[in-house]
Write a protein that binds this ligand. Structure first.
Ligand code: FCB
Length: 448
């Protein structure tokens, strides 16, 4: 298995999940966290990992792990506290941070919208796409001379689903029609921001999609149709327009049927303004969806599987690296010429420091090893994959689930802010040092 030269080995975080408040503007997520019951455990991100203050320590950890790349986001509500004008002090902060990464030999991968938009804004409004482009312009003005990799939008489907369809994320809207509209505006925002970014030479602009391969629960024709419908809803509805094919007809018909009207908010020229602007595709992969037909409206399918005794994370998600390999190979065949990057992949494993002060998260080690191997197999099969960014560098504020799920290669003690590299972090460091070759799994005592 050979990863190409220059392959980016890294990890990711996002501003809202790690920084803490420290003088940023009010964000839609601040409002959402105040709603009773919105966040498990009643927590909020006012402190989180305190990374706004402890960022030098974070860079030190990144250096210690030997990461070649770090994905982070600029806080939209920090850069534009009132949503319209950039705060130069916020940009100074991110400039210092990027310079520290570059000094450490780490390639920055910068996400513009990792969900923390300024309070009062909503993707239900078309004008938000333009506001987003002006925010992108302010950040690019400062950083495009030294940041190559830019992610415009993080997970358009999840934004639409949790933020506007189910109301489980900010801004907490639960309306199907609004969700479809919001998803469209998120994609328009990608197009508008990518155009702004492309005014700067050498920039690679792309969006990060949460892709969930959809498999039928049985070989029945109805389950195959359910899997195809779900694939349209979750994956193709975003993938196809981004990569220049326009909205898929089957899913568009599904929406028109379910909503009982045309998608009047998709104006002439919109698809052309979304497609053809991605220099790469970011892929956030966690698990797959196993689908069966269901009579329910508005979705004639439901997630049922997998059945049987499969490996799962502590959040109950099936661990399936083979589906990642097949996804990468399938994408590279369908969209030849579009480089791929794994922008997120990881799992919840709740291990905490033990009597020896170390975190023996052996299941995360196995997860990491097996998913990296799957990426390697896809590369061997010809997929143009440019990097693997594990989610996450460190435990952090996991949105509506609060601080319970731990995704980090580094453990964070939220009471003190103390960071401890887990065994998985030490393992990843060795894997990176070996160019992606999985080190034999030594006895856990040998880590560190
Ligand atoms: C993704 C998000 C990321 C984190 C992981 C676990 O949906 O992009 O911020 O929540 O899931």
């Amino acid at each position: 298995m050979s990863f190409p030269d220059g392959f980016l080995w890294g990890a990711g975080t996002s501003a809202y999940q790690i920084e803490g408040h420290h003088g940023r503007g009010e964000s839609v997520w601040d409002e959402f966290c105040r709603r009773p019951g919105a966040v498990e455990g009643g927590g909020d991100a006012s402190r989180a990992c305190d990374s706004f203050l402890r960022w030098r320590e974070d860079v030190e950890l990144i250096r210690e792990l030997g990461l070649g790349a770090y994905r982070f986001s600029t806080g939209w509500s920090r850069v534009m506290p009132e949503g319209t004008r950039a705060d130069p002090r916020a940009l100074d902060h991110y400039e210092r941070f990027v310079d520290a990464l570059l000094d450490a030999g780490v390639e920055p991968v910068l996400t513009l919208n990792h969900w923390d938009m300024p309070a009062g804004m909503s993707w239900a409004e078309r004008s938000t796409a333009h506001a987003f482009a002006s925010y992108a312009g302010a950040v690019a003005e400062r950083l495009a001379d030294r940041v190559t990799w830019w992610i415009t939008q993080n997970e358009p489907w999840i934004i639409a689903l949790l933020g506007y369809q189910l109301g489980l994320h900010a801004p907490g809207v639960a309306d199907l029609g609004t969700a479809v509209k919001a998803g469209h505006h998120v994609l328009l925002g990608h197009g508008a921001a990518a155009d702004v970014l492309h005014a700067h030479a050498g920039v690679m602009a792309g969006a990060a999609l949460s892709l969930f391969p959809c498999d039928p629960a049985t070989g029945s024709e109805a389950d195959w149709a359910a899997a195809a419908g779900s694939d349209g809803y979750v994956n193709r509805w975003y993938l196809d327009p981004l990569l220049g094919d326009g909205y898929p007809a089957d899913t568009r018909e599904h929406w028109e049927r379910a909503l009982g009207h045309d998608l009047a908010f998709v104006l002439d020229g919109d698809e052309a303004a979304i497609g053809g602007r991605s220099d790469f595709l970011g892929i956030n992969y966690y698990t797959r969806r196993v689908m069966a037909a269901a009579p329910a409206d508005p979705f004639p399918w439901r997630v049922v599987g997998p059945s049987g005794d499969v490996a799962r994370t502590d959040e109950g998600w099936e661990i399936n690296p083979g589906a990642l390999r097949d996804l990468l190979i399938g994408l590279s065949r369908r969209f030849p010429g579009t480089p791929l990057m794994i922008t997120e992949n990881g799992g919840v494993f709740g291990d905490a420091p033990t009597h020896d002060g170390r975190v023996h998260d052996t299941r995360r080690i196995a997860y990491l090893r097996d998913h990296v191997a799957a990426v390697g197999e896809a590369v061997d099969a010809g997929a143009d994959v440019r990097g693997y960014l594990h989610w996450s560098l460190m435990d952090n504020f996991e949105w509506a689930l609060g601080y319970r799920p731990r995704f980090g290669l580094v453990h964070v003690d939220y009471a003190t802010g103390v960071r401890t590299i887990k065994d998985s972090g030490h393992y990843y460091a060795r894997l990176i040092a070996g160019g992606g070759t999985a080190p034999a799994l030594p006895r856990i005592e040998a880590f560190g």
